[in-house]
Design a protein around this ligand. Structure first.
Ligand code: PLP
Ligand code: MG
Ligand code: MG
Length: 609
């Protein structure tokens, strides 16, 4: 955690006349409501910076006066007129013995809060913040290598100016890099050195981190006019924070819309109040509507917890003491249901068909014929591979044999249409954070009313995850038995509204269109899917490298390259094989996936050559 900021503020700012009086330092320039340095100090303090060291020179008195109002420690660079910014930094290190990670801030910056938080939240110790070229003039462009390490700086606009990172003037520096910069400076005997030059020359790498937030360096009179306009945007963005949009291609939690994120910001409320009871009731009712056209024939029961909580509630609550379950294992999530049955001591048999082919219903039938089984548990869409099962066919079979069917529909629900009543499904478990595009924190089981009433007197194997107990408590009093994730529920209600507006079928069509675009790109680059195309759900695909790329491809490198560009991909879950997964679920557009494809292409062109 970075708690210290260093502001380099010794420079003269002579290019800012007539906007700045000659005796004043650059930071004193007023843009918007106050001086730009005051705004910067306020941003730093608001994000947990506790110690602010200002390297002063020209107009040092002005900073000394400012230090009466803000917690600043001013360190004068007496030789500021004949030295560069690295000399100021060197003076600070000598005066303070600084050894903690710092954020280095130029004194002539305006920037919005998200720009600083992008930087402070990044795990790399040394990050030079970059932003896309916006034509403000007098830019410094960064040159980066394939690992995004900053290797050079230039004032000459490169040919592909649109993609060249522009230096913002906000940089995090870990202790090792700071020490290396100081060593370089001391050895070079070049008093006019800029801190950026030391940063590049030092024997410690710093990576370029791009932000799409608003920021600008105010160096000259032209900049002042642009900055005055930009400040209106910055103030607006800071007042109504718009969380940065990242593209999640992991198989959930999926990307959520800005409105779903903002729906969590509500006044504190006790969940026992009727206003909150109505929020949960709306969620339950909407989930039932997604689960069946005959929604009055089903009930949804919510648990605070992840999806596994809902699956465990289902498996552990719906079997009588004399029951025997057939658990279909086609991957990690089928296996998890078997583990749950194991933990609860439930009689069960695991059926493991070919994990990369759609479930042969005849294979299930050969088990049911024995008459031994009372329950079947299956995963609708096996998230570990992207395999989709025909649960309606299985439902019909279970009806024929008088067997209860429980489905883990975690990554299908909200996109792949189901109808519990029409499809012969008794119990169906899912969660708030995948295709419904809500926040993680709520799991639920939707049950047919007749199936739910049938389990009333079954043995209770858990207090918390007791399906009938939770259902009955809510039916009687409207309230959850245990504390619900309050803000998550508000977001879930908003997400369910958005699902109703889009429609389940339209959402599935959108996801499939995104999937197709990405799938074609991956195949063209030399990957293949683990599951045959015809047996997939077109939501999530487990890929593996073919011989064309397998010797060069490294998933961790691929992950890191994409992650630095705001795109998250996910490792595979198949034992014994090198696979990874790409999901096209969540609040993503075709334009987003175009960007993903371009970024993946550029990884292959620049890193894997
Ligand atoms: N079941 C399936 C099919 C899943 O895809 C997942 C999560 O990806 C789970 C269960 C478990 O959900 P959680 O990680 O939210 O507990
Ligand atoms: Mg400057
Ligand atoms: Mg049935």
């Amino acid at each position: 955690m970075i708690r210290t900021a260093v502001i380099l503020a010794a420079g003269k700012g002579s290019r800012l006349r007539p906007h700045l009086d000659a005796p004043l330092p650059k930071g004193a320039l007023t843009i918007g409501a106050c001086s730009i340095i005051e705004r910067s100090i306020q941003q730093l303090l608001a994000q947990g910076i506790e110690r602010i060291i200002v390297g002063t020179g020209h107009g040092a008195d002005w900073y000394d006066a400012l230090a009466m109002r803000y917690p600043l420690a001013c360190v004068p660079n007496a030789a500021y007129a004949t030295t560069g910014s690295m000399a100021t930094l060197r003076t600070i290190v000598a005066a303070t013995g600084l050894q903690t990670p710092v954020v280095l801030v130029e004194s002539d910056l305006i920037y919005e809060r998200a720009v600083l938080s992008d930087l402070l939240e990044h795990p790399e110790p040394n990050c030079v913040l970059g932003m896309p070229y916006r034509g403000y003039g007098d830019e410094v462009f960064m040159q980066v290598d394939a690992q995004d390490r900053v290797v050079g700086l230039t004032k000459t606009a490169p040919a592909s100016v649109e993609t060249a990172p522009v230096l913002v003037g906000l940089t995090t520096i870990g202790p090792a890099l700071l020490q290396a910069m100081v060593a370089h400076y001391d050895a070079a005997k070049h008093p006019m050195m800029d801190y950026e030059d030391a940063l590049i020359a030092a024997n410690e790498p710093a990576v370029c981190l791009m932000t799409d937030g608003q920021a600008m360096e105010v160096d000259d009179a032209n900049h002042v006019a642009i900055a005055q306009d930009l400040m209106v945007d910055i103030e607006c963005n800071d007042a109504y924070p718009d969380p940065k949009r990242t593209l999640l291609l992991n198989p959930g939690p999926a990307a959520t819309s800005q409105s779903v994120k903002l729906a969590q910001i509500v006044p504190d409320i006790c969940p026992r109040e009727q206003a909150f009871v109505r929020v949960m009731a709306a969620c339950r009712q909407q989930v039932c509507a997604v689960a069946s056209a005959t929604s009055e024939a089903v009930a949804s029961v919510f648990f605070s917890g992840s999806g596994t909580a809902a699956v465990e509630a289902m498996v552990s609550s719906v079997m009588p003491a004399s029951g025997h379950a057939l658990i279909i294992d086609q991957g990690a999530y089928g296996q998890r249901m078997a583990s749950i049955a194991q933990v609860h001591g439930l009689a069960h048999t695991v059926y493991s068909p070919d994990p990369v082919r759609a479930l042969p219903v005849s294979g299930v039938e050969s088990y049911l014929k024995s008459g031994q089984f009372t329950h079947v548990f299956v995963v609708h869409h096996e998230t570990s591979t992207g395999l989709l099962n025909d649960v309606a066919a299985l439902g019909a079979l279970c009806d024929q044999y008088g067997v209860v069917l429980g489905v883990d529909g975690m990554s299908a629900f909200g996109a792949v249409p189901v109808d519990l009543v029409a499809d012969g499904i008794d119990f169906y478990a899912a969660s708030s954070n995948k295709n419904i595009q809500g926040m993680a924190g709520l799991g639920f089981v939707v049950a047919r009313m007749d199936a739910l009433q049938a389990i009333q007197a079954y043995p209770k194997r858990s207090l918390y995850l007791d399906l009938y107990g939770e259902y009955a408590a809510v039916a009687a009093k409207g309230q959850c038995r245990f504390t619900p994730p309050v803000q998550c529920a508000y977001a879930f209600r908003a997400a369910l509204r958005e699902l109703r507006v889009e429609g389940v079928s339209a959402r599935y069509a959108r996801y499939q269109a995104l999937w197709r675009r990405l799938y074609d790109t991956m195949l063209a680059l030399g990957f293949e899917s683990v599951v045959a195309e015809a047996d997939q759900g077109y939501l999530i695909t487990a890929y593996r490298a073919t011989d064309r790329v397998s010797d060069r491809f490294d998933f961790d490198q691929f992950h890191d390259y994409l992650y630095r560009r705001g795109i998250t991909v996910y490792p595979g879950q198949l034992p014994g094989t090198q696979t990874f997964r790409l999901a096209t679920i969540g609040d993503l557009t075709l334009a987003d996936i175009e960007r993903v494809c371009e970024t993946i292409q550029s990884f292959f062109e620049t890193v894997l050559v």
